[in-house]
Design a protein around this ligand. Structure first.
Ligand code: 13P
Ligand code: SF4
Length: 363
């Protein structure tokens, strides 16, 4: 067993109350040298330690703004990578559990996207007529690809602005890895579905004809979030049937059918703001990750809140960050051990930063 594994196994034997107290002590000792960023999907015991909480956009802005030498990202791998790209060389970003990835981000890799670009170039000249747009839920290599090819990053809270910018540059957009965010955003902007095609990386020309590619304005990568795909339009119908006046709120990673039936579609931060601004007594059924919906329920006791799906839709990789890993990361920082540091390879940093800055400048 490595030293970290031994430490973690000891921490799992420590009573949780004692561990939380030790974490508070250690966190206080480290003071301003550490900034803890927490995504809204983090479990409550970890989320309570976040100095700043937010959606992907807010947290990336925060990473770009902080001077703290040590940044602990309680979230998933692509978030910590983004923070590393946006921070200075003397700052270090840590991911408490290095196995906290994102299954959607894994659905498009640089080899596949480069192959797609190559195949597109047999039909059109992508460098002249396609803006590549990557959802922030992607590897640094894909952000770098976008930077190098005149493209940009988006999050769920600025996707509309980013698509508008991208179409102002070139006539077509290649959007990856989340089909649903791209599709829902374009539909909300009034783009006709006939202007969209799906790119399946497993098929030649993504499963399209040359003519379909020539005519498309939006090429949507066939990727999805395994958590948000569990919400169905019939869940919304059941909720409306059972609770008169209920409002359905959905994250844009949900399918088109769910988003079309929703009263409001927005990022995690936007959903929180929507609920908080509503009058007491307002009823909601929410289609996003379970930890956030449970937190909203606890913080808004005067507003009845249901989870939209009858199933448990929880992000298992977000859940990997537990109090034990957070404590171990704080301890490692105190001891000068950087084993959980996320370092984006230098070859990707320059272009990835450019694609992120293009996005941050739009906000
Ligand atoms: P936002 O918090 O940016 O809405 O993203 C949700 C998500 O799925 C993060 O992985
Ligand atoms: Fe990835 Fe979905 Fe989990 Fe977000 S909720 S980290 S998109 S798997």
């Amino acid at each position: 067993m490595t030293t970290t594994q031994t430490l973690l196994s000891d921490l799992y034997d420590t009573p949780e109350e004692q561990l939380i107290e030790q974490t508070h002590q250690l966190r206080d000792e480290l003071g301003d040298s550490v900034l803890i960023l927490g995504h809204h999907y983090q479990r409550e015991e970890v989320f309570a330690f976040a100095d700043v909480s937010g959606d992907s956009l807010k947290l990336s802005q925060q990473a770009a703004d902080t001077d703290a030498p040590h940044i602990i990202f309680c979230g998933v791998h692509f978030m910590a990578e983004t923070a590393d790209i946006l921070t200075a060389n003397h700052q270090a970003v840590y991911l408490p559990d290095l196995a906290a990835g994102c299954s959607m981000a894994d659905m498009a890799d640089a080899v596949q996207v480069k192959q797609c670009w190559k195949e597109l170039s047999t039909v059109i000249n992508p460098d002249l007529c396609v803006t590549p747009v990557t959802y922030i839920n992607s590897t640094a290599a894909l952000k770098s690809f976008c930077g190098e090819h005149g493209g940009i990053v988006c999050t769920s809270s600025n996707a509309g602005k980013v698509l508008a910018w991208s179409w102002s540059k070139r006539e077509k957009i290649l959007f990856f890895p989340d089909q649903h965010l791209g599709e829902n955003t374009a539909l909300a902007m009034g783009v006709d579905e006939s202007a969209m095609i799906i790119w399946d990386p497993e098929k030649p020309l993504g499963g399209n004809t040359a003519q379909a590619i020539e005519q498309a304005r939006l090429i949507l990568w066939k990727g999805f979030c395994s958590v948000h795909q569990l919400f169905k339009a019939e869940h919304a119908q059941t909720m409306r049937h059972n609770h008169a006046g209920i409002k359905i709120l959905a994250h844009p990673e949900c399918s088109r059918e769910v988003c079309e039936t929703a009263d409001f579609v927005g990022s995690t931060e936007a959903i929180i703001q929507y609920v908080e601004a509503a009058d007491a007594g307002s009823k909601f059924a929410i289609a996003t990750e379970l930890n956030l919906v449970n937190r909203l329920r606890i913080r808004n006791p005067e507003k009845p809140i249901w989870f939209l799906s009858p199933m448990v839709c929880m992000c298992s990789t977000m859940f990997r960050t537990d109090p034990q890993h957070l404590y171990a990361t704080l301890l490692a920082i105190q001891q000068g051990n950087r084993s959980n540091q996320i370092i984006v390879p230098q070859e990707h940093k320059h272009w990835a930063k450019l694609s992120l800055e293009r996005m941050l400048n739009l906000v």
